[in-house]
Design a protein around this ligand. Structure first.
Ligand code: SAM
Length: 283
């Protein structure tokens, strides 16, 4: 095991604080500091920014981020049992780690990070990971408050983020992420690396903001992709009928075939559909 600081091994931290993993909180801990250091390095240079971490748990990734030189880490943890273990890390890195007890879905990350350059790095709890990602990529302000996302998900979610059109995993998440971000899966992590091991392989995803996404109204794009992929087997002229009775007309005006299915439409096609829908609504 790597020695990245003078703190005790994570296995001892877990035993000392009685942190037996809770399934309801998506707790699968990474105890190998080699691996957490690899994730921290993937986030890019950390010396000049605030790192926002969701779900530090016993602190394996937190320690790696601090050892890698993060100027400041703000970590949001829902499980109060983890706070004493995290306080030991704070004491080891004075003034550099702030731990917030709470639900990351309910905390405003912009207010928390106060305008500093922000990188988000996390081994996300599986039950809220996708929603957090959607919140970060659909933030109204663009470019967003963050300059990179380095996130661990179940591999299947990682594949849905970076899937190309016409593939099985292509859907709403790929369109939203592909419209606003660049990047994808960096590497996989075997279930064996976690305590307790999850049932599936995980993947580390790295995304940076696309500085100039195709101009498009976010709300319209969300509505169009939700309707189109909500009934992905249907042709667009049918699946978009839940949004407008003139679905065939909408698809034709966007320059697409009304008989096409959602998975055949690339990101530029969805942007065109959303802009045409928005213009029709405005009339
Ligand atoms: N970062 C640690 C690691 O890599 O070993 C723990 C990762 S574990 C997959 C997910 C962590 O997220 C747990 O510590 C869990 O308590 C926490 N968590 C779950 N739901 C949360 C939420 N809504 N807000 C903040 N933390 C949450």
């Amino acid at each position: 095991m790597a020695q990245i600081d003078d703190l005790p091994p994570l296995r001892d931290v877990i035993a000392a604080h009685g942190l037996n993993a809770k399934k309801s909180l998506g707790q699968n801990f990474l105890l190998d500091l080699n691996l957490t250091s690899r994730i921290a390095r993937s986030a890019g240079s950390l010396e000049d920014c605030t790192v926002l971490e969701v779900g530090p748990g016993p602190g394996g990734l937190t320690r790696a981020l601090l050892a890698a030189g993060a100027k400041r880490v703000i970590a949001i943890e829902k499980d109060s049992r983890c706070l004493p273990a995290l306080a030991e890390i704070s004491a080891h890195y004075p003034g550099r780690l702030e731990v917030i007890e709470g639900d990351a879905l309910e905390i405003d990350p912009v207010a928390l990070t106060g305008g500093d350059k922000v990188r988000i790095a996390a081994n996300l709890p599986y039950n809220v990971g996708t929603q957090l990602l959607i919140n970060w990529i659909t933030t109204p302000q663009w470019p967003p408050f963050w300059s990179s996302l380095t996130l661990m998900f179940q591999k299947e979610v990682g594949e849905r983020i970076s899937a190309p059109p016409a593939s099985k995993a292509y859907g709403r998440l790929a369109v939203l992420a592909g419209w606003r971000c660049k990047g994808g899966i960096l590497f996989d992590i075997s279930p064996k690396a976690f305590t307790p091991p999850p049932k599936v392989t995980s993947a580390v995803v790295h995304l940076t903001p696309n500085p100039s996404p195709l101009p498009c109204d976010l709300k319209a794009l969300e509505k169009i992709t939700a309707a189109a992929f909500g009934q992905r087997r249907k042709m667009l002229r049918a699946s978009l009928r839940s949004l407008t009775p003139d679905a065939e007309d909408l698809v034709t005006k966007a320059g697409l075939k009304p008989t096409a299915r959602a998975e055949e439409i690339d990101i530029a096609g969805f942007v065109e559909l959303a802009n045409t829908f928005r213009a029709a609504q405005a009339v």
